[in-house]
Ligand binder design. Structure first.
Ligand SMILES: C[S@@+](CC[C@H](N)C(=O)[O-])C[C@H]1O[C@@H](n2cnc3c(N)ncnc32)[C@H](O)[C@@H]1O
Length: 536
């Protein structure tokens, strides 16, 4: 433990105790935006493997993976990852192989995480981390509801069957499941797509704020915490445990449910004040009857309707109730049917939900944005990939040699160069969706300061604006260069904003960031190429 404390102190950190929060990570020197505060390997981690999506236990890739021939549960991409993992997997492999085939189906990532935790502790390579894990806060078992307790009991039973250690009891295993629920982290890729779950005992000491001064991102399996604000010497390092785009009530509910505390951060203590009420009404409330008005609605004192705070128009409670119940029915249906219906049916359901939400919700409402994100994901996943891939390819070819890009005699881009996906008519729709999503993100401090989601939304927007440029380019050719310049400039603006944010949250050395910086450079080069073409 002393070893760890002195390592932390060398890095400008210390662990202190606060009566209302328990342990917290504080600084012994100043940290500035973009600076790495701490980075750690996981004590144990597992990919979020499922029937349809399996990943390598070492690097989390889903490419070219094969099942371990011993246990038939764990996947690897090759001998490098398998060898690196062998010291721990040797024990796990032996334990899992004892299970009969039917039971192996129930070995979920959470079960594996606990099994690996016990096995890692048995190896006892880092005693200090074990001590930290033992000291982590978890839910008091008496606070856990009955359904969850039954689930923990079943899961503990399976862990017990796998390990077959006489010295552990089911209660202790269940307590560890509850500790993991409060302390494990979802491992994500650079674009914040979840890949797995890991336990990082030192990083777990960091407490929560809805206005955090630091952010946790992952570089492979490494957890990296970077400052997103200046943290003065003696300040507490704070990250957000939850999605911060939510009303105070929603955030408090999520924190209470999973982490059992009431947040008293500067955003939460504003509860009940006018700006907090306005923020909640925008994020989770209703929109004005007048499509051209972007005012937010508040409940009337007689509880008969909701009045727009900008133009005074009133919406009746009945009308709101009717649309809300139509949305609920459709949402329930779409939830139950994603696995059994075909993609077109699910898609048209999301489209109907989006249409109704547009009628009901404020234009910046979270549920509306979530539906649009689902629509983009479902309708656009293939198309978006093609779009972005083609954007990369076409940009390199265009910039290969100034003035000698693939054009036909009329200056049009050569279609045979594979630049355009067949369905480019959908592009404007995606640009529009993303623009709205990113506008929402910009709105009044939902993602204040340097938030990775905001940076990523600017990045997507920039890529799509860049693509839009090519569509116009194809339609209008060289004489309209001036008009096209506008699109590249918009793309440059969005990509620059993405770089400004993501260099703070993600650093600049990852492949992801290098690609982004390269795209920005290419967009700049393209803009000056177009300017020089206009001059000519
Ligand atoms: C990941 S742990 C953080 C470290 C914890 N303080 C400890 O001593 O182990 C999460 C738990 O810390 C406490 N916590 C985190 N942030 C808090 C906050 N802003 N206010 C009060 N308690 C907080 C809650 O008990 C929560 O379940």
């Amino acid at each position: 433990m002393e070893e760890l404390q002195s390592a932390l102190e060398d890095g400008g950190l210390t662990v202190t105790n606060l009566p209302e929060k328990g342990r917290c990570l504080s600084t012994t020197r100043d940290f500035y935006p973009g600076e790495v505060i701490i980075s750690h390997e996981p004590y144990v981690c597992v990919p979020n493997n499922s029937h349809s999506d399996s990943r390598c236990d070492g690097c989390f890739t889903s490419n070219n993976i094969k099942k371990c021939s011993g246990c038939q549960v764990v996947w690897y991409c090759g001998s490098t990852c398998q060898k690196l993992d062998w010291k721990l997997h040797r024990l796990e492999c032996h334990a899992l192989s004892r299970l009969d085939k039917d039971r192996r189906k129930y070995v979920t990532p959470s079960i594996r995480l606990i099994v690996k935790l016990y096995l890692r502790r048995k190896l006892q390579s880092e005693k200090s981390l074990t001590i930290i894990f033992n000291g982590l806060l978890g839910k008091d078992m008496s606070d856990i509801d009955e359904k969850q307790l039954v689930l923990y009991a079943q899961m503990s039973n399976l862990v017990n069957l796998i390990l077959q250690w006489p010295e552990i009891n089911l209660k202790e295993i269940a307590e560890n499941f509850s500790k993991l629920a409060c302390n494990a982290h979802t491992i994500c890729d650079s674009e914040l797509r979840p890949l797995g779950t890991g336990l990082y005992p030192v990083i777990s000491i960091i407490n929560h704020s809805c206005l955090p001064n630091a952010v946790l991102v992952f570089e492979g399996r490494f957890a990296v915490v970077r400052a997103v604000q200046h943290i003065p010497k003696g300040g507490e390092v704070l990250i957000s445990y939850i999605e911060t785009a939510g009303s105070t009530m929603t955030r408090q509910k999520a924190l209470k449910q999973q982490y059992l505390f009431s947040c008293t951060c500067p955003r939460c203590i504003k509860v009940g004040q006018y700006d907090d009420i306005e923020e909640s009404a925008i994020l989770e409330g209703y929109g004005c009857k007048d499509d051209d008005c972007s005012g937010f609605l508040l409940r009337d004192s007689d509880d008969k309707g909701f009045t727009c705070q900008q133009c005074g128009l009133v919406r009746s409670k009945e009308e709101i109730k009717t649309i809300a119940s139509e949305i609920k029915a459709l949402s329930d249906e779409s939830l139950n049917s994603t696995s059994c219906r075909n993609q077109q049916e699910v898609l048209s359901m999301y489209k109907m939900i989006e249409k109704l939400q547009r009628k009901l919700c404020h234009p910046f409402s979270i549920s509306l944005m979530q539906t649009r994100e689902k629509l983009i994901k479902n309708e656009g996943s293939d198309l978006k990939e093609t779009l972005l891939e083609n954007t990369n390819r076409s940009h390199s070819s265009l910039l290969g040699e100034k003035g000698r890009h693939n054009t036909d005699g009329a200056g049009r881009l050569d279609r045979s160069s594979g630049m355009l996906p067949s369905d480019h008519s959908s592009v404007s729709k995606y640009v529009m969706f993303f623009t709205i999503v990113f506008l929402r993100a910009q709105y009044g401090g939902i993602y204040p300061g340097f938030h990775p989601l905001l940076g990523l939304q600017y990045y997507t927007c920039g890529k799509l604006e860049w693509w839009e440029f090519y569509k116009l380019y194809l339609l209008f050719s060289i004489p309209c260069m001036l008009m096209l310049l506008g699109d590249t400039e918009n793309a440059i603006k969005s990509l620059t904003k993405a770089v400004d944010i993501l260099r703070i949250t993600h650093g600049t050395s990852s492949l992801f960031m290098k690609e982004l910086l390269m795209k920005l450079e290419e967009a700049h080069a393209e803009a000056s190429y177009k300017l020089s073409s206009i001059d000519d």
